[in-house]
Design a protein around this ligand. Sequence first.
Ligand code: ATP
Length: 461
Amino acid sequence: MKELRKFDKVVNLAKTKGFIFPSSEIYGGLNSIYDYGPLGTELKNNLKKSWFDFMLARRDVVGLDSAILMHPEIWKASGHLDGFSDPLVDCKKCKGRFRADNLLEKKGIKPTFGKDKSPDMGDMKCPECGGELTEVRQFNLMFKTFMGPLEESANQIYMRPETAQGIYVNFLNVMGSMRMKMPFGIAQIGKAFRNEITPGNFTFRMREFEQMEMQYFVHPDKTKEVFDKWQELRMEWYKDLGINPENLKFREHESDELAHYAKRALDIEYNFGFSKNETFKELEGIHHRGDWDLSQHQKYSKQKLSVKDEEGKEYIPNIIETSGGVDRATLAFLMDAYTEIEGGRTTTTESNKAAEVVLKLDKRLAPIKIAVLPLSKKPDLADTSNKVYDMLVGKYRIAYDETGSIGKRYRRQDEIGTPYCVTIDFDSLEDKQVTVRDRDTMEQERIAIDEVENYFEKKFK
Ligand code: ATP
């Protein structure tokens, strides 16, 4: 039997343990749309909170939550109506449909094109049946809908394909209401929608997803230092939350890859290891967008979006953007945390010798922080166990599990990344102590019930 890739194991764990489900599954699913289960919701919320706290920890960054539906002129101004497209090819024989640049990448060929130009496919044939491919066509990725009762073109609007535009059009509102001084940044997390031609690789490429983006407005002379600073900070965030540095790298875009307005673009890539030629893939982009965005919105909205420098000279702020995907990051953290121990860690009984899975998520990301485990279901232990549960439940996300052998219960918690288990046994009734087990070291410590709150306050500081 073919050895499963780590990626496949993570997809399986995500489904069976309540992290991520295919959307609308009882109706056969909806291609590349996913729902987050109870544990996935916790993980994603923890990740988003961590990002927001990290970005806003700097005095010059504030938050925003702008709407998904926006004035349709915005997409003309931003260039999305004309240029937000991917190169598409069809197979004339089997009717398969592919993204032209992906076909080239899979063959290890670097696509010679920018976002606005079609790639040269050479004599590429269909990867499924070897049939002839059509010419490359550009396919716009924006989802359309209608506002109001009449489905006519005058009422057509778009589901935003990125959260950034909501920030640009609120530049004046934020600066005025918050008395912000240049330079400053606006950060937001929100849904984005792209009608991707070939979605896939689980939540890596979805049609409905979440972005976490920060747009930093700065004088054109100061862009380099801002870019360098955010490049370092964003990489630090991934490492600090536990991703193995060996699985992360920067990739500078070459000039022929840049969108026409972009001055510089650099990706933070993660080693997803989808296939031989698809190891490191984009997690987040850091972009120098020049004054393109505000100039365009000034032109289309006819509102003045310039500011004055110290000498009173007007200029349009330049923008340095950090643009990451919440779902891609969640997947990367899951993949990096996934650890399989051949032969198991606990060898006390035969059944414990199978491969063990430990999800070594950072404590801050772990969906469940502490599991309370009465050794037995017997009512004698219930009072003490409930007492421990009640002490912790308002402060942390807690699991309470009293079924199955204690070994199996530890493993269940290891698999979903719970950093600590608290076991209440019959001695606890006498000595008023419980056992705390550490997920990563499996070390067990006996602590007084009265000390439990203090103990975890230190652990989760
Ligand atoms: P790609 O080249 O992979 O299509 P992109 O360069 O178009 O990505 P951006 O427009 O820079 O991506 O979007 C910023 C971030 O949003 C990406 O780094 C990624 O993390 C996330 N993202 C973009 N498209 C998707 C998608 N279809 N599904 C999930 N996340 C996405």
